[in-house]
Design a protein. Structure first.
Length: 279
């Protein structure tokens, strides 16, 4: 072997070792993220995903659906990692063994939005359930997502707590069966009340001409969690390392600071509050 060939061979081996130590084997990998539409519609993922790819070389294929659909994708092993805001469904998925530990990483509040004239006087309500009783009693137009999303599940819980049919039941109640952005647009066209996560509402507020009417009440708290699908349940189908690195990325202090700053410059307030800013 010539000296030049020995040097080239040594350099190649050294590069491979360095790459292995740095995790370069994940370069070119792709993970599938099933996420609630609110995280996508708010624009947050458009900010975070490119940073994750730049740091790790891992591409993220985003499938934005309601939380219910995202959890079903996890239950069937059709995703690697999930972002949802349906705590009861998340805990059930972990208990089933289809997902690993639920890790809350950010929060905001749901808002009951509606026309500025507000015939139901939502700000005067003592609770979110009371607000729903007022809206139903007024017979006002109301638009629901009706898509088994985390927002829809919270709406159903509030309707039940208010003593109302979880499907609405009054003449002005309608469902879109679509995501948060589309539902807000329909509500704006109908001058209707609607339940939305704060992030998507602020992102769409100027387009829909609705106002946030509710206060940040305890029963409107909205927590987002990341769940990794269990690779042992679906051997050979789940990209466990990529999912683990994405979870770690969301909990990283730098990412948490990015989440806390997102929306502040454009909307005058952050759209989400990070839950692990100092970890």
């Amino acid at each position: 072997m010539t000296a030049r060939l020995r040097i080239a061979t040594f350099s190649s081996i050294a590069a491979l070792l360095l790459c292995a130590l740095a995790g370069c084997g994940s370069r070119g990998e792709q993970i599938l993220l099933a996420t609630t539409t609110s995280v996508q519609d708010s624009g947050l993922l458009d900010t975070l995903v490119p940073v994750f790819r730049e740091r790790t070389g891992i591409r993220v294929r985003v499938v934005a659906v309601g939380s219910g659909a995202a959890l079903r994708m996890g239950a069937d092993g059709n995703a690697d990692v999930l972002l949802t805001h349906a705590p009861e469904g998340e805990e059930a998925l972990v208990a089933s063994g289809a997902a690993l530990a639920r890790r809350p990483f950010m929060e905001n509040y749901f808002v009951i939005a509606g026309p500025e004239e507000d015939p139901a006087d939502v700000p005067g309500a003592a609770s979110a359930a009371d607000a729903y009783r007022r809206i139903a009693a007024s017979g006002a137009a109301y638009v629901s997502r009706g898509d088994d999303s985390g927002t829809h599940r919270r709406e159903q819980a509030l309707l039940r707590e208010a003593g109302l049919d979880e499907k609405g039941g009054w003449p002005g109640f309608a469902s879109t069966g679509t995501g948060m952005g589309g539902t807000l647009q329909v509500a704006g066209e109908r001058r209707a009340y609607v339940l939305s996560d704060l992030g998507t509402f602020l992102a769409f507020a100027q387009r829909v001409d609705l106002v946030a009417l509710s206060k940040p009440l305890p029963d409107l708290r909205n927590v987002y969690a990341v769940l990794r699908v269990n690779p042992e349940r679906f051997p050979g189908r789940v990209k466990a390392e990529g999912a683990q690195r994405f979870e770690a990325f969301l909990l990283d202090p730098d990412t948490q600071r990015r989440i806390g700053a997102f929306g502040r410059e454009r909307y005058g307030q952050p759209l989400f509050r990070p839950l692990h800013p100092e970890e």
